[in-house]
Design a protein around this ligand. Structure first.
Ligand code: MRU
Length: 371
């Protein structure tokens, strides 16, 4: 099942509010780029591919708003994915003003979360299309609109391929451990790590998933369990500290996680706690796979050391469900991601196939293809 994680409908970005899950399935509509930036920062939308798509739609919003505000008494502009631009054409606005608005939105969106490279790649793609279409603002809007939907649709296609390549690594009866949420909620709707599970099940395999709860924001317990159950997948949630004991039993056939940024040498940033799972897998001889589209590979980061790691607010750790659980005066360490060295990764599952070590050249070369 493809989740309706994020879409652009009649001049609004529509997304499922991931902070409300699993208790409430609430859709939110945002009509300005700063609202989209706020949603990314507060993790109403999260996951590397999903925040890239959100940023692209957020930039489109600003352009449409400018056109609409300048279209005195017109029928209005709503970018429509089927027909391209609809509504009035020929509205007189300064192309430089349009480019300025777009750049402003880009800056705002780029300042939200530093680690997932998909965000910056999507923003760059939108800016490139804008540069290539100076002059007529309506055309600029229709071209950037088409690009935003291409970013969304290409991700979805990649996810299907990742699922198919990854499924070939599993066998029926296997239990798979995952960390955080790398499913439809984190992407264009199908997932990366979870796409592998969905595809394997689609082939008739019986796969059971163990989902790390993923402290502090519980993407595993709240989101992965929610979407797996929605898809009829057998899922068991464990607290992060139980991963070692589970893996040591020999029950886990493979661990599959997503990624936020993969350096040219294969070092991989993903949700905090991923490194621990990778070390455990190495210790107990369990294959550790990273499922990610090429849009997550960053050729400009030679190794994990050059990946910026987001540190989030102390409150995320101090309060559990609104209740203070850590005494005043204690220091707080709250990085949102860690880096798993390439040597601990059995293989990358990408839309171009499964990549095995040595990674160096391969991941660096492929990353250029996945903007
Ligand atoms: O902080 P989050 O929830 O945005 O972190 C998400 C992850 O770490 C995912 O595993 C990653 O983005 C891959 S999503 C396909």
């Amino acid at each position: 099942m493809i989740l309706q994680t994020i879409d652009y409908v009649e001049g609004s970005v529509v997304m499922i509010d991931q902070t409300a899950l699993p208790m409430e399935e609430r859709m939110i509509r945002l009509s300005r780029a700063d609202g989209v930036a706020g949603a990314i920062r507060s993790m109403r939308v999260r996951g590397a591919p999903a925040i890239g798509i959100a940023a692209a739609f957020g930039m489109l919003l600003e352009l449409e708003n400018l056109l609409r505000e300048s279209d005195q008494g017109g029928t209005g502009f709503f970018f429509d994915r089927k027909t391209g631009m609809s509504g009035s054409r020929g509205v007189a606005i300064d192309p430089e003003e349009a480019a300025g608005k777009l750049n402003q939105a880009a800056e705002l969106l780029a300042a939200t979360r530093p680690t997932a490279v998909n965000l910056f790649r999507a923003i760059e793609r939108m800016k490139r299309v804008a540069r290539e279409n100076p002059g007529d603002p309506a055309r600029l809007c229709s071209e950037t609109g088409a690009e935003a939907f291409r970013i969304h649709d290409e991700e979805l296609e990649r996810e299907r391929r990742i699922g198919a390549f990854g499924a070939a690594l599993l066998r029926s009866g296997m239990s798979v451990l995952t960390h955080c949420n790398a499913g439809g909620l984190a992407t264009a709707g199908y997932g990366t790590a979870l796409a592998v599970i969905y595809s394997a099940r689609g082939l008739g395999m019986d796969i059971r998933v163990y989902a790390d709860e993923t402290r502090p924001l519980l993407q595993g317990g709240r989101l992965t369990a929610w979407e797996l159950l929605k898809n009829g997948v057998d899922v068991t949630v464990l607290c992060d500290g139980a991963a070692a004991s589970l893996i040591s039993t020999g029950k886990i056939g493979a661990a599959i996680v997503g990624a936020d940024r993969i350096a040219a040498n294969g070092d991989t940033a993903n949700k905090i706690g991923t490194l621990g799972v990778a070390v455990l897998c190495a210790r107990y001889g369990v294959p550790f796979y990273v499922a990610a589209p090429l849009s997550t590979f960053d050729p400009d980061a030679p190794s994990g050391e050059s990946i910026p790691i987001e540190h989030r607010s102390e409150e995320e750790l101090i309060y559990f469900s609104g209740i203070r659980t850590i005494p005043e005066g204690a220091g707080i360490y709250n990085p949102a991601f860690d880096v798993t060295p390439a040597e601990l990764i059995t293989a990358f599952i990408t839309e171009k196939g499964v990549i095995y070590p040595p990674y160096g050249g391969k991941t660096g070369r492929l990353s250029g293809a996945g903007s």
